[in-house]
Write a protein that binds this ligand. Structure first.
Ligand code: ZN
Length: 352
């Protein structure tokens, strides 16, 4: 019998690469703003390739690209009829990608996410959220996923509905809150209290994803780790968000990039955050911090690229497939040390 998610986490860290929306937007396969994952129908081969790249970089989890493939988003672009094929295709693409790497012990997961229709004072929206979550959970269950992540949700109440939809199907659930500025959920629960509520309601793993960079997320994670007894998850965005602007959704263009005056509009989110980008080593440091704090389900959300994931894997003492091409600057013509290199070049290494 293959081990389930909890048994796997009991014996150590699992890496989970996410961030498909941003990766696909940068590559030109979906539009920033609406952020609908139409690419899973229009160019499934591109999604397969990104799965492969993340797996080669060391991701233990293949997350089906169903994020934002829900009714509210498809209504927005007038394509609600594509919902079911989009979800099912995304799940199949993830399963097929995992099958390509039979030697690796990969897990496949589904996800449900912020519906953007939840209103705590409007009970009808709760019913609609429930319907949206239930249909996605049903498709993920039919696809035979190993577990489902409910993520990027910042209402405790909405997360409760998502969690219930997953648990009533008997599926292992991760609940990941995205915490806005102010360090509380939209109702005002501290992240640790909200996570404890989810643990008490049956979540198998609780934690945070999205919005915050590694540092701004870590300060909240420590309190969550102290509060709950289940496994904790942590998937920040790879951007250097700050105390003044802890979330990447609100980053004044002039603050983000004072050397650049051509960013259109006042907010650098979502398409001009480049100057805040974490390098691979910063993500590796985050992985090590998680390891030392017994935070075992870790990864990267919006902004992730395979080089970040590989460095996190290496920081954990692993040699993923793409380690074959790990940097070796000793072989660089200007900065390297090989006997074949010309002195007239290497002697100039500090002068270029
Ligand atoms: Zn994200």
């Amino acid at each position: 019998m293959a081990k389930n998610l909890i048994e796997r986490l009991d014996s150590g860290i699992l890496l989970c690469a996410e961030g498909y929306l941003f990766a696909m937007e940068r590559r030109g396969y979906l539009s920033a703003g609406a952020f609908v994952p139409e690419v899973v129908l229009e160019h499934p081969e591109v999604v397969s390739q990104l799965h492969r790249e993340f797996i080669r970089a060391g991701s233990d989890i293949v997350q089906a690209f169903t994020y934002y493939g829900h009714r509210e988003k498809l209504r927005l672009i007038g394509k609600e009829e594509l919902l079911e094929p989009m979800q099912k295709n995304a799940l199949q693409i993830a399963k097929d990608a995992a099958k390509e790497f039979k030697d690796l012990d990969l897990m496949v997961c589904g996800d449900v996410a912020n519906t953007n229709i939840y209103d705590p004072n409007d009970k009808q929206t709760h019913v609609e959220c429930q319907r949206m979550f239930e249909e996605q959970v049903k498709w993920a269950k039919e696809a035979g996923v190993d577990f489902i992540i409910a993520e990027t949700i910042n209402w405790t109440g909405e997360m409760e509905i998502a969690l219930k939809a997953i648990k009533q199907e008997g599926i292992i659930a991760i609940t990941n809150f995205a915490i806005p500025k102010g360090d509380v959920t939209r109702e005002g629960h501290s992240p640790e209290d909200a996570c404890k509520m989810m643990e008490d309601q049956g979540a198998d793993v609780v934690g945070l994803n999205c919005y915050r960079g590694p540092e701004m997320m870590m300060k909240l994670l420590t309190k969550i780790r102290d509060k709950v007894s289940c496994h904790v998850s942590a998937l920040p965005v790879p951007y250097r968000t700050t105390e003044d602007y802890p979330g990447f959704l609100n980053q004044p263009a002039d603050v983000v990039d004072s050397q650049c005056s051509c960013i259109p509009g006042e907010n650098a989110f979502p398409v001009a955050l480049d100057n805040l980008y974490c390098n691979r080593f910063e993500m590796a440091e985050f992985a090590k911090q998680c390891e030392s704090q017994n935070i075992n389900f870790i990864g990267i959300c919006c902004g992730a690229e395979p080089h970040h994931v590989r460095e996190m894997a290496v920081a954990l003492g692993r040699k993923p497939i793409s380690y074959k091409y790990y940097p070796d600057i000793s072989r660089h013509w200007l900065h390297g040390k090989d006997d074949s290199f010309l002195d007239i070049n290497t002697s100039m290494s500090k002068k270029y």
